[in-house]
Ligand binder design. Structure first.
Ligand code: AMP
Ligand code: MG
Length: 524
């Protein structure tokens, strides 16, 4: 296997001089060297062929002993020194101090086709940042991370990628719902891939310790490596960098809202500085369109990270990042300007995105009320977000909007309880579709062209929570075929794939309140 190793993070930033694998506070260092813990009987569950390909690994490589050894953590590649990153974070709104890669170990950075990628194992054993936990990950959460990373990429959402999913052969103790019911589960290791895994929290930790020297080194490294348009070396580069991060974060959030993705744990240590979706834990996909929904039972009380709050939480997190960067520039105004721009740009981008979802061509501020009333109508009765928008593409401009609701046939299968679509609910749809039809007429686009455009933005297939759960339950019985089936399905989420239409269906009733489907915890 050819590895074109080109480490930058560990070459350019200060290392922790302590090289023991003991849990501790680490100061004035961006990372600590630590080796993965070899596992007893590693076995490949799945490899994302596309990721392997852009990293330059051949089919032969993937089948080889070296691949299994490297990506299960059994062997460290020659001329590499794995390490865990030091970072802090605000968890659920409170500063939590040092967190760090407690179960992630960066193997190396490699270059292929003039692109540089960092490879990181998740679940390969403890690090100096493991605090009281074991450094491991279980098969169920690793399947969820592996499949969702790839599904998000193919949906067009910025994300970290996942090369491989390997069962460790070891058992891991987990109290899944935090109710004293500890079970032994299969352990697993995912190899994540991204240009960088730096998070907001990597900057926050140094700022919290007033270590401007290391903070400044990290900022310069990040700008020089990933924001080459910004010139380092002057205080003015700091707000420019912040602005670029805000723009990327905004783009990511708009995409989450477009596809109905709920991250579930938007702590500042889980926000990538590159605007990539990172740390797939108790995430979920909106099925019934409900802005107040969160899949994370650990957050059930306050629902801080509910679907509808994601934009404002992103802003809150950006404010924390601004606070962390401020000591390097000491001028508040430019940061405030970026934060204000984030809010106004979000409104504009959201409107454009929603306008496209309903097939509008020239979207203006005047369309905002049409979008708002749609969001309200969608909540009149439980309505499947993905199915509704996909089927809306079949709406014909000359449909008669009748008082009986015949016109709703086109989206009917998105309603969980069609019998509830009467009285006020029906009224709201009559009002909405009447306005919608009027509005479409002003665009003069043919039904066919509109549908084609809509089908490129409204996915047919997303990784519904119950689908991942089916794959998990099969994999726990050594059947990995559904993991692969879903991986292949979700490579083309916008294509009809009529032979796969069983996955274009509402969540089945058995999954409504099932652990793993609607209820997920941080235990993983
Ligand atoms: P998360 O909520 O998954 O983003 O994790 C928050 C922090 O806890 C990060 O520093 C993680 O690395 C760490 N962490 C989570 N699970 C484990 C685990 N099983 N072992 C060690 N550290 C963990
Ligand atoms: Mg995390």
């Amino acid at each position: 296997m050819k590895l074109n190793i080109h480490n930058t993070f560990s070459e350019k930033l200060p290392a922790d001089p302590n090289e023991s694998n003991s849990r501790r506070q680490v100061f004035e260092a961006a990372f600590s060297y630590v080796n993965p813990t070899p596992t007893s009987k590693p076995e490949i569950v799945h490899v994302a062929d596309e990721v392997a390909d852009f990293l330059g690994f051949s089919e032969e490589d993937i089948k080889g002993k070296e691949f299994l050894e490297l990506f299960s953590g059994a062997k460290v590649a020659a001329n590499t020194r794995p390490y865990a990153m030091c970072y802090g974070g605000h968890q659920f709104g409170h500063w939590a101090g040092q967190l760090g890669d407690g179960r992630a170990i960066n193997l190396m950075e490699i270059e292929h086709d003039r692109k540089r990628w960092a490879l990181q194992l998740k679940g390969a054993g403890p690090t100096p940042y493991s605090r009281t936990a074991d450094g491991l990950a279980v098969l169920r959460s690793s399947i969820r991370e592996h499949l969702c990373s790839e599904a998000m990429h193919h949906l067009g959402v910025p994300t970290t990628r996942s090369l491989s999913l390997i069962k460790s052969g070891d058992k891991v103790a987990r109290d899944m719902m935090y109710n004293g019911n500890v079970q032994y589960e299969d352990g697993a290791i995912v190899c994540r891939v991204a240009p960088s895994f730096i998070r907001f929290g990597n900057f926050q930790i140094f700022a919290s310790r007033e270590d401007n020297k290391t903070l400044s080194k990290l900022v310069d490294y990040t700008i020089e490596s990933f924001f080459p348009d910004i010139k380092t070396g002057s205080p003015a580069s700091i707000p420019s960098f912040f602005e670029a991060v805000a723009e990327r974060t905004l783009k990511m959030i708009v995409e989450w809202q477009r596809v109905g993705f709920v991250h579930g744990v938007m702590n500042t240590d889980n926000l990538s500085i590159l605007g990539l979706t990172i740390d797939y834990g108790p995430y979920g996909w909106l099925e019934g369109y409900d802005p107040d929904w969160t899949p994370n039972t650990t957050d059930n009380q306050n629902k801080r990270y509910r679907f509808g709050y994601q934009p404002r939480i992103a802003l809150w997190n950006l404010i924390q990042l601004a606070n962390a960067l401020y000591p390097l520039s000491k001028e508040a105004k430019p940061f405030e300007a970026v934060l204000e721009k984030f809010q106004s740009n979000y409104k504009t981008e959201f409107l454009q995105m929603m306008g496209k979802k309903i097939g509008l061509e020239q979207i203006t501020q005047q369309d905002a009320t049409l979008i708002e009333s749609l969001q309200i109508a969608l909540q009149g009765t439980e309505t499947d977000m993905t199915i509704f928008f996909r089927l809306l593409g079949d709406f014909k401009i000359n449909t008669t909007i009748d008082s009986e609701g015949q016109f709703l046939e086109v989206v009917k299968s998105s309603f969980y309880k069609p019998e509830e679509v009467k009285e006020e609910v029906l009224e709201s749809w009559i009002t909405w579709f009447t306005r919608y039809q009027e509005r479409l007429k002003s665009d003069k686009q043919s039904d066919e062209d509109r549908k084609t455009a809509m089908n490129q933005i409204n996915p047919k297939y997303v990784l519904r929570n119950y689908m991942a759960q089916i794959a998990i339950e099969a994999a726990e019985k050594w059947d990995y075929s559904i993991v692969n089936e879903l991986y292949e399905l979700l490579k083309m989420p916008y294509s009809e794939q009529s032979s796969n239409s069983k996955w274009f269906a509402k969540r089945p009733e058995w999954a409504r309140n099932k652990v793993g489907c609607s209820m997920l915890s941080c235990s993983s």
